[in-house]
Write a protein that binds this ligand. Structure first.
Ligand SMILES: O=C(O)CCC(=O)C(=O)O
Ligand SMILES: [Fe+2]
Length: 316
């Protein structure tokens, strides 16, 4: 099994007025190859999100998933256009070639969209806000890596009307199958993926040329003050805008081989940063030519996301 170690890309210099030109160029150079080769970056210091905000959000999702099942069902996910709420175990199958759905439960969070207890809502809303700031900084960095104006990508997230914080619980215990999350690409522009310190490993990305699965392992210096790690991985919306130049790499989560690790629950927070619903995903002119015609049919970000969500989620 080979390993993918994403490069360390410090995006904090892309917060408004924070960094020098030199710092920004250095970060954009660090991302330049990665966004074309495998689409994964590691953000030191959680991309500027305070460690306490990350830890409080992880505490909140433990409390959320520990709620009685009937309480969670009162918060149930209703439809793909709204895209918020609780998705119980056995409802999602991102990889249609798998026989069974993923062994995970999920809460799709957006601030103020569901009646959550304040002690759960507030930390998640705080992470959503800080995560959006970090994601926009990452998008500015990526724009520079792609030789686009710095705000070209981030400006499309002004309303954040498709953005969601996906809270995931992979229950521990006897694994019903070896994959905890089936192979998929993310739908949006980029995903800020937060892994807890000491959480079970298992994230893998497909090698772009051979298709071989590689364990995603953080580089030295990636951990935030709490010991957890933040990645940014690129999604299909960015791939569409760049006519495939930026890759949205298929990834999955496998159950750890170590039985003690497999016995423990794994909690993950993933902020999907997507272009606003009304935005067109037509390929940007810089990425097409007579030799390279557009690979994808233009459609709005809202229609694209609803179509992709409908493909993985069974809602009765
Ligand atoms: O659990 C993880 O580490 C990855 C989750 C993921 O890829 C997703 O929810 O899109
Ligand atoms: Fe993903």
């Amino acid at each position: 099994m080979s390993i993918l170690t994403p490069p360390l890309v410090d995006v904090r210099c892309f917060f408004d007025g924070a960094g020098t030109e030199l710092e920004k160029s250095a970060s954009a150079e660090a991302a330049r190859w990665a966004c074309r080769a495998h689409g994964f970056l590691a953000l030191p210091a959680h991309g500027g999100i305070a460690s306490e905000v990350v830890v409080a959000a992880f505490d909140s999702i433990q409390a959320l998933f520990a709620m009685p099942q009937e309480k969670k069902m009162e918060l149930a996910f209703r439809d793909v256009r709204e895209n918020v709420g609780y998705i119980q175990l056995g409802r999602e199958k991102p990889d249609l070639s798998e026989a069974a759905p993923d062994p995970k439960e999920v809460f799709q969070f957006a601030p103020g969209k569901r009646q959550l207890p304040a002690e759960i809502e507030e930390p998640l809303a705080a992470l959503f806000r800080a995560g959006m700031a970090a994601s926009r900084a990452a998008l500015r960095c990526l724009a520079r890596s792609l030789d686009l104006p710095e705000d070209e990508l981030a400006a499309s997230t002004r309303d954040a009307d498709l953005c969601t914080l996906r809270c995931i619980h992979y229950p521990g215990g006897a694994a019903p199958r070896s994959t905890r999350c089936g192979a998929h690409t993310d739908f949006g522009l980029c995903t800020l993926l937060l892994h807890e310190q000491g959480g079970a490993p298992g994230l893998q990305a497909a090698d772009r040329t051979t298709g071989e699965w590689r364990d995603v392992v953080p580089p030295p210096g990636a951990a935030g003050a709490d010991g957890g790690v933040a990645y940014v991985n690129l999604g299909d919306m960015l791939s569409r805008w760049t006519n495939g130049e930026c890759c949205a790499t298929p990834h999955r989560v496998v159950a750890p081989a170590d039985s003690a690790q497999a016995a423990r629950s794994r909690f993950v927070l993933a902020l999907f940063c997507d272009a606003d619903a009304a935005t067109s995903l037509a390929c940007l002119p810089q990425f097409t030519s007579a030799e390279r015609p557009p690979l994808f049919q233009p459609m709005s970000a809202g229609d694209f996301k609803a179509m992709r969500l409908a493909g993985i989620t069974a809602v009765s």
